[in-house]
Design a protein around this ligand. Structure first.
Ligand code: GLN
Length: 545
């Protein structure tokens, strides 16, 4: 069993400083040095998971291979590292209290008073330890403490990591604090006071940061670092800049590396020797990240993709999807520009005008009836004008409904999610879902295999005949209609291995350049260093390649 080291990242001064991307970038650099890492997120909210939260509240719900509905930061962790995360990588206050209270009800505390310290904090510490118990060859467990230091909600987590250091030793634990170093006037004097106060706030909880990562508009100079060092009691070699990026978040591993952040971390843990052995991996790995950044900086062509959905004002609501579309352009150096269209808007206005610049149209997953008719119009437009189309989950279901209405002439065809009494329920509730009443965590979730039909467009994208993709849905293609659709030209080219569930549909490439709908969410498995093949083909076709 390997000795695992623990790195905790807290955030100060303001939220949304990019803690998730920062910790993911540190993970990428440690992996580049050959270490095995995993990353865990501690969310201070009381929900068990974000599965029941509105995307407007929380952004996208990221689904892991094992079917956990998690914070979108786990998406960054998987995109920046090669780790496959699971249920244990996502912890919330709700889960912690749920376990403790359930144990109390079972009488396992043997008459004792159940308290925040030690019962809640022990539970938090156990969740951190669990990762290296499940996976015994981890070199590093990186833990992101959600929220901002000073929030009431994060106090038990801070107390738990303070104790964790006591249990595991200073030499095996590191505290990194991400803070904001603003300048009041653009380009004016840089202000270190908020960082000083934030470190004081951490000190109140008994935590002295070992490393400070300072979010700034540009790289900090030596004087500023010295000042921060002096006031925050952190050696100046351990004060790092996290500057705003020029092109893409995928520059961040290189930026951190150029300031020697990864070197300082291995030095801290006295792992230089070990790292020396591993170091041979670093340069080729960094070169791969460089290629990704290069694809952003020097595109050879651009393509406009319309994303027609429900939560268009919030980029985070479809975070993995936008990332996957962007990755899709890397192979051929295509920059992807998004036309974000609220599908509801297509219902009142001249929808063709809204869509006229789109070279490809994508309908993402979703819930609820709002905007569905607009999505159907966009699909009809893509189908009849032969514009590359990609429908994901609800997007695929809508493609089926559109085809039923306008090709099979079933005028009121619908999903029973929206129209329980339709005469043509082409999308209906999965049988195993019919008796479920609880909303949280009860959908068909996580990775399931799909058999891909030989000779299909999907098979041509994937180059294999079986794939594992992640799901999050309750409704499915209604099997009663299989033959009618096939005969009319919508091919059911992805099926579950037992052939009971339709997982993907497509139009024949002889009639349409690219028209695919998947019941699963391929966006969760796309990584910048290995773009998803279906997204790549969609982007290339949209760009006319
Ligand atoms: N609402 C649809 C269902 O539950 C689609 C879900 C989704 O798009 N993720 O099946």
């Amino acid at each position: 069993m390997k000795k695992t080291r623990y790195i905790f990242v807290t955030g100060g001064v303001a939220s949304s400083l990019g803690k998730g991307v920062s910790i993911a970038s540190i993970g990428a650099l440690l992996e580049a040095r050959g270490f095995k890492v995993t990353i865990q997120k501690m969310d201070p909210y009381i929900n068990i998971d974000p599965g029941t939260m509105s995307p407007f509240q929380h952004g996208e719900v990221y689904v892991t291979e094992d079917g956990a509905e998690t914070d979108l930061d786990l998406g960054y962790y998987e995109r920046f590292t090669s780790a496959t995360l699971g249920r244990e990588n996502s912890v919330s206050t709700g889960q912690i209290y749920h376990s403790v209270i359930s144990r109390e009800r079972r009488g396992e505390y043997l008459g004792r008073t159940v308290q925040v310290i030690p019962h809640i904090t022990n539970e938090i510490k156990n969740r951190i330890l669990l990762l290296s118990q499940i996976n015994t060859d981890l070199d590093f467990v990186l833990v992101e403490i959600g929220g901002t230091v000073g929030d009431i909600e994060s106090v038990p987590f801070l107390e738990a990591i303070r104790q964790f250091r006591l249990d595991q030793g200073v030499e095996n634990t590191m505290f990194i604090h991400l803070t904001l170093v603003p300048s009041i006037v653009d380009g004016g004097e840089i202000k270190t006071k908020p960082t000083q106060h934030s470190v004081k706030e951490l000190l109140k909880h008994g935590i002295q940061p070992d490393i400070l990562l300072c979010r700034t508009s540009s790289v900090l100079d030596a004087d500023v670092k010295e000042k921060i060092s002096l006031f925050c009691n952190v050696a100046k070699t351990r004060v790092f800049s996290a500057p705003d990026i020029d092109y893409t978040i995928y520059e961040i591993p290189q930026i951190f590396h150029s300031e020697n952040l990864d070197k300082e971390i291995v030095r801290y843990f006295r792992m230089e020797n070990q790292s020396g052995e591993y170091l041979q991996n670093l340069n080729p790995m960094l070169a791969k990240w460089e290629q990704v950044v290069d694809a952003f900086k020097n595109p050879q062509r651009r393509v406009k993709i319309a994303v027609v959905g429900k939560y268009m004002a919030l980029h985070d609501a479809y975070r993995s999807l936008y990332e996957a579309l962007t990755h899709g352009g890397f192979r051929r150096h295509i920059a992807v520009d998004f036309i974000k269209i609220d599908s509801e808007k297509l219902e009142d206005e001249n929808y063709e005008n809204e869509l006229k610049d789109a070279q490809g149209i994508l309908i993402p997953g979703g819930f609820g009836e709002r905007g569905v008719e607009g999505k159907l119009l966009a699909i009809r437009y893509a189908r009849t004008r032969k514009i590359p189309f990609f429908g994901i989950c609800l997007g695929m279901q809508c493609a089926v409904i559109e085809f039923a209405r306008n090709v099979l002439n079933f005028a009121d065809a619908h999903s029973t999610e929206f129209s329980p009494d339709t005469t043509h329920p082409v999308i209906s509730l999965m049988e195993e879902q019919s008796s479920i009443v609880n909303k949280g965590g009860t959908m068909r979730l996580g990775a399931y295999p799909t058999k891909i039909r030989e000779g299909s467009l999907l098979a041509d994208c994937y180059k294999v005949n079986s794939v594992n993709e992640r799901h999050r849905h309750r409704f499915e293609f209604n099997n009663k209609y299989r033959q009618l659709f096939e005969e009319a030209g919508l091919r059911l080219t992805g099926l579950s291995p037992d052939e009971k569930l339709v997982e993907a549909v497509e139009l024949d490439v002889r009639t349409h350049p690219f028209f695919i709908g998947t019941q699963y969410h391929p966006e969760f498995k796309s990584r910048p260093l290995s773009p998803h093949p279906v997204f790549a083909r969609f982007i290339e076709k949209s760009a006319g390649l």
